[in-house]
Design a protein. Structure first.
Length: 94
């Protein structure tokens, strides 16, 4: 597939995907910070409960990366706005 050429590690990731079906009365436990995606096959009520979650180094690292991403996006938006304003001023001959 074209995706495998463009993203050679994707095939390895697909091998790591786990699928689970949770039925009525069952519980799915996910360790803290695990990436997951959920789909429902019928009407579902989901409850998240973070029991005894330690905010350790993993959480601090994840939060720092997330915050840096927000700040970079804000800087990029400001820079793009300044460029548009400069281009607009040039077009008006200011």
């Amino acid at each position: 597939r074209e995706d495998n050429k463009r993203y050679p590690l994707a095939a390895e990731i697909r091998e790591l995907v786990m699928k689970a079906t949770v039925r009525a009365g069952e519980v799915l436990y996910l360790p803290s910070m695990w990436y997951h995606r959920v789909t429902q096959s019928c009407l579902t009520i989901a409850v998240n409960y973070w029991h005894n979650m330690d905010f350790d180094l993993k959480w601090v690292y994840f939060s720092a990366i997330e915050r840096m991403n927000v700040l970079l996006n804000e800087d990029q938006r400001k820079e793009a706005k300044e460029i548009r304003q400069c281009d607009s001023a040039k077009e008006k001959g200011v």
